[in-house]
Design a binder for this molecule. Structure first.
Ligand SMILES: C[S@@+](CC[C@H](N)C(=O)[O-])C[C@H]1O[C@@H](n2cnc3c(N)ncnc32)[C@H](O)[C@@H]1O
Length: 194
């Protein structure tokens, strides 16, 4: 897909589910690992502006390919590895600056899809997800679930391991109601304190 001429690496059904979530949750902050061309961050920022809802999108990538100034779109670009604790501290600080206690924070994990990286991201970023909001683990479909059987352990395996360690998140199958998703079992709703 493209958004404003930039490659946006999502399934259209997932993008619609996310658009529904934006309208329902009204997140004050969206955190995304994996900026790429910035098209998904731009899409979220522009949809929130269209809905006239204040929102900052924090997006993290060690090699973002910006073709526009993200700051002009309420996008806060952090450059580095998503699992670098200094980056996570910057995310924490930014959320503290803009969000108050009743605001929702939505987190999407879309960087390196190896199991170990995703699991580490889940451990580091899950605490930012507010109760009732979501931790969206993207591309759980790889490694034979049911796509790309040769991928090796990926997001699906990370989700299984993470969910075995906490009951704070539940898989929300309602987010798969359009039947076609790249994130089967990857839409995790925060249902309890961590
Ligand atoms: C799948 S693309 C992101 C797609 C984008 N979110 C979208 O929907 O269009 C993955 C991006 O993650 C970045 N990346 C890979 N491993 C990373 C890591 N450990 N930390 C930060 N960024 C990473 C890559 O540079 C790449 O731009």
């Amino acid at each position: 897909m493209e958004w404003r001429g930039l490659p946006l690496l999502k399934n259209p059904c997932d993008l619609w589910t996310l658009t529904d979530l934006l309208q329902r949750l009204k997140p004050r902050v969206i955190v995304e690992t994996g900026t790429h061309w910035g098209a998904s961050a731009l899409y979220f920022a522009e949809m929130m502006a269209l809905f006239q809802l204040p929102c900052v999108v924090i997006t993290i990538d060690f090699n973002p390919k910006w073709t526009f100034d993200p700051a002009t779109k309420s996008i806060h670009s952090l450059i580095g590895l998503s699992t670098d604790l200094a980056i996570v501290a910057q995310v924490d600080r930014k959320i503290g600056e803009v969000a108050s206690k009743d605001d929702h924070v939505l987190v999407l994990l879309d960087s390196d899809h190896s199991r170990d990286n995703v699991l580490e991201e889940m451990r580091l970023y899950s605490r930012f997800v507010t109760p009732g909001s979501y931790l969206v683990v993207e591309d759980t479909n790889v490694n034979g679930h049911p796509s790309f059987p040769a991928h090796g352990p990926g997001p699906w395996e990370a989700v299984q391991e993470f969910l075995a360690s906490t009951d704070a998140f539940e898989v929300d199958r309602d987010c798969e109601r359009f039947l076609l998703t790249f994130n089967p079992g990857g839409w995790l709703k925060r249902v309890k304190p961590l």
